[in-house]
Write a protein that binds this ligand. Structure first.
Ligand code: PLZ
Length: 447
């Protein structure tokens, strides 16, 4: 299958006309350093002019292949006309009223879509927010309100955001938490299933370590929620071993604990299904969504069992901008594009192109310890040859090589040694192949 032509009128090619970054980007970077807090880091300092299909065009006229989608956001493609047209029309009609003051249909329509598309046929309700972290915070609020319990269980290698509560829920210290404490109490971390590093221990066994820890250190009856990423994103694209998530979900159900799937990175067709929970037939009580939901507009959602979502007192959930009408229009456009163009099928096609090429690379390179992921959410974990010792240096060198050569790539993982691929689903096949060829050259030069 070839990509649908949602290219925003931009020639779909990798084309470098200056070094990376070019002179105009370099001048803007100097202005950035003089104006923007040094705390805001940048992965690849090419300043963007326009983007669409599978490319980003920078202010120097370079055209780069986008293998990051702005961290899994432009799943429907950048400036996808379904999104851009809906956003423009809504912006001309009205930009804001605050849904809590005078409501509008777009918010309700996004909630209806979330209730319909998320796993499970039970009655559901949703609420909308601005960022992923805010959706996670609200999942905690709802679970505590429903259960009248306080403890929150999260996983090793988990990532849930940068607000105070979600920093505490996030595992990795640098760069997310260092010096920013104290963090909120009543957050407990338990073992995650990491097949590449778990040796002979299968999913059920690791789940038993986790639930035993909960029993002994917290007491199941004190736990409001267990929050998992069905595929861990910032932790290193870790796909848990079969049985792990099911066992945790069963433990939660047996103990009156709200089981929450954070699908902020893995949701909206990214993994080859609407939600990664579906791969293990998990039906979470609550699901958080953001990123891919709205084609680049800031929007997040919390969706789940009606009895849980409705347990909160009226007025208990909200915020000035939550479910902003322009963002909702973007979401309805992105969702319509995904449904009409079999976006999940496209994600699976991307997997079937990429995985054999990655396996070819692995066959000749002892540095590639693991290839994993699903759909258009794939990664390779780099190690020191003959060991499982993380090789973060190689990941960083490779990343720089790809950037110099016009491919926008991202690393991830607790050890910084995972090279991840998150192409927009509008990426044409020939650019996907070309990005992999650049990666292969990168290995030849860096390994
Ligand atoms: N939950 C599973 O992946 C965001 C973070 C990038 P926000 N991941 C990218 C960075 O360095 O800040 C994420 C996620 C999962 C929650 C979040 C948080 O979403 O929209 O960034 O708040």
């Amino acid at each position: 299958m070839t990509a649908v032509s949602v290219d925003n009128g931009i020639s779909q090619q990798r084309r470098l006309v200056t070094s990376i970054p070019g002179p105009v980007s370099t001048a803007l970077l100097a202005r950035k350093d003089g104006a923007v807090s040094a705390g805001v880091g940048i992965t690849l300092p090419v300043f963007v002019d326009k983007a669409g299909g599978g490319v980003i065009v920078d202010v120097d006229g370079n055209s780069l292949i986008d293998m990051g989608s702005g961290i899994a956001v432009t799943t429907a493609g950048n400036a996808n006309p379904y999104v851009a047209d809906a956003v423009a029309a809504q912006a001309h009609a009205f930009t804001h009223t605050c849904f809590m003051v005078t409501p509008y249909a777009g918010y309700v329509e996004v909630c209806e879509a979330l209730n319909r598309l998320t796993p499970g046929d039970h009655p559901k309700r949703s609420a909308l927010f601005n960022s992923g972290a805010e959706a996670v915070e609200n999942a905690v609020k709802v679970a505590r309100s429903f259960t009248r319990r306080q403890a929150i269980v999260v996983l090793e290698h988990g990532y849930h955001g940068r607000t105070n509560l979600t920093m505490g829920m996030t595992a990795k210290n640098m760069p997310y938490k260092n010096g920013f404490g104290p963090f909120a109490p009543e957050i407990y971390r338990v073992p995650t299933s990491y097949p590449f590093r778990d040796g002979p221990h299968g999913g059920k066994e690791v789940a038993l370590w986790a639930t035993t820890r909960i029993e002994k250190e917290i007491g199941g009856h004190n736990v409001a929620a267990i929050i998992v990423e069905p595929i861990q994103g910032e932790g290193g694209f870790i796909v848990p071993a079969p049985g792990y998530l099911t066992a945790l979900a069963e433990y939660a159900a047996a103990n009156g604990i709200v089981f929450v799937a954070d699908e902020i990175q893995s949701g909206f067709c990214r993994s080859g299904d609407w939600f990664a929970s579906e791969h293990e037939n998990i039906v979470p009580d609550l699901i958080t969504t953001a990123k891919g939901i709205a084609g680049g507009m800031p929007l997040s959602g919390l969706t789940g069992r009606a009895d849980i979502m409705d347990a909160v007192h009226a007025g208990g959930l909200g915020g000035t901008y939550g479910g902003n009408p322009v963002a909702c229009a973007g979401a309805l456009g992105a969702i319509r594009w995904m449904e009409e163009n079999d976006a999940c099928g496209r994600a699976r096609a991307i997997e079937s192109i990429m995985v054999p090429r990655l396996r070819d690379i692995q066959a000749n390179l002892p540095h590639v310890g693991d290839i994993r992921g699903r759909g258009a959410m794939l990664a390779i974990e780099l190690v020191e040859p003959g060991t499982t010792n993380p090789n973060g240096t190689l990941a960083a060198d490779l990343n720089k090589f790809c950037h110099r050569n016009g491919v926008v790539t991202l690393t991830t993982g607790t050890y910084g040694n995972v090279f991840r691929f998150l192409p927009p689903l509008t990426m044409p096949d020939h650019l996907l192949e070309e990005a992999l060829s650049v990666l292969q050259q990168g290995f030849e030069e860096c390994a």
